[in-house]
Design a protein around this ligand. Sequence first.
Ligand code: PGA
Length: 243
Amino acid sequence: MALTPLIAGNWKMFGSRAMASRFAEGLTPAALPTGPDLLICPPAALVGLVASLFAGRGVSVGGQDCHAKAEGAHTGDTSAALLADLGARYVIVGHSERRADHGETNATVRAKAMAALAAGLTPILCVGETLAERDAGQAITIVRSQLQDSLPDGATAGAVVIAYEPVWAIGTGRTPTVADIAEVHAALRAVVGDGVRILYGGSVKPGNAAEILAVANVNGALIGGASLAASDFLAIAAAAPTA
Ligand code: PGA
């Protein structure tokens, strides 16, 4: 079954109102590829603005994280329901920077993914090995168990998106070989079955996107640095194969 590719940008802790406006101006009908689904995940404080700036421009909006609880006394956190209320359709959960900076475990990530589903959002669930784990030959075992332990109950095909992001490839300019990407994606596919999009993330750029997006079981990309300018983001999206 051919899955529509998802090209997702993660602005991380970058961006401003001015930057969001510039990005929106780059989303002209002529510049927009027709094949893939497009998504930008700005910082939570910009989600509402970006949703209104992008309205009718063919790019969905998502959050970068949500709390596992529907609401409550959790200072500084953002609920999935609020993200949805602001216009988000997706939310990233379990990004390796959240796992490292905030001690998020697979159980935390699973609870967040369930909160996202309950709020009507599609969670983008991230997994990925460290360089030490890859060098020790444990990459497949690690990502498989991360996925099994963080996948929410009752996640039907289409309700979740998986992102394979090797920690050592994020923001480093280094990427795995296409053979390595194919091997990991095949292992993840065996866990989730057909119908679930599996994105690759980690140093995806306009120059390597076509090669990566053509790998078997790669159904799109999660892009950090190269998603900050509309021109780079759209160049990557243009490299997505049509489903
Ligand atoms: P990068 O980040 O594209 O800057 O490597 C990817 C990510 O962390 O999602």
